[in-house]
Design a protein around this ligand. Structure first.
Ligand code: FES
Length: 216
């Protein structure tokens, strides 16, 4: 049977919904859930972030900001380009950890996006075992990344694996090359751009934010 020409199109229904103030508030999330909006990272130029020769000690590190342009399309297919800064960290791994990852000069370095994979707060690089025990209640063998928002903990000796949730995915990492003495970031983790704000329960504060710490 032919469709009635009076039946509202999906786009029209979406436009009507977006006229409601509460639904407008959820615009970004709604766009993802119904699949009409999208975000695409625009490739940034390779960035020198550290020298091999300055990172000789196990777990020594250099932090860097990585500026990336993100092209977004909203539910009306309108395109905007915004700049995002990703907090990056290059870590020199101990030899035994590097060997497990395949060895070589490149295997000695781990270049990580410090955004928490739960709701993208910025994690803190903790090296001191007593500090890790005090803040995260974990007896750690090596440094960890700790998220102050909902206390997720990521093991930096195991590729950013989640040790404590609510985060479920390991930390994202940068793509990089070693050029002579330079560590050069060449791109972001594709999984980072597929990040989803999560289930509605997470949006509405299922996990309490600690007092005095960054909110959602
Ligand atoms: S944002 Fe990191 S644990 Fe929630």
């Amino acid at each position: 049977m032919a469709k009635s020409s009076r039946a509202p199109s999906r786009r029209r229904v979406v436009k009507l919904l977006l006229a409601l103030p509460f639904v407008r508030f959820l615009d970004a999330y709604l766009a993802r859930f119904i699949g009409l909006g999208s975000d695409t990272a625009i490739a940034a130029a390779p960035l020198r972030v550290a020298k091999v020769s300055e990172l000789t000690q196990p777990w020594s590190s250099v932090s860097f900001p990585y500026r990336l342009k993100v092209r977004s399309k909203d539910v009306y297919k309108k395109e905007t380009v915004t700049e995002e800064t990703i907090p990056g960290l290059v870590i020199r791994l101990p030899d035994d950890v590097a060997e497990k990852r395949g060895g070589g000069v490149k295997g000695k370095f781990y270049v990580v996006d410090l955004h928490c994979t739960h709701q993208r707060c910025v994690t803190t690089y903790l090296q001191d075992k007593n500090e890790i025990r005090a803040v995260a209640d974990i007896d750690a063998k090596n440094p960890m990344a700790y998220c102050p928002c909902h206390r997720s903990v990521f093991d930096l000796g195991q590729g950013g694996k989640v040790v404590k949730g609510p985060a479920k995915q390991p930390l994202w990492k940068f793509e990089f090359d070693i050029k002579k003495d330079e560590i050069v970031v060449t791109g972001v983790d594709p999984k980072a751009s597929q990040w989803d704000p999560g289930r509605p329960g997470e949006l509405f504060g299922e996990y309490p934010v600690r007092e005095g710490e960054p909110g959602l």
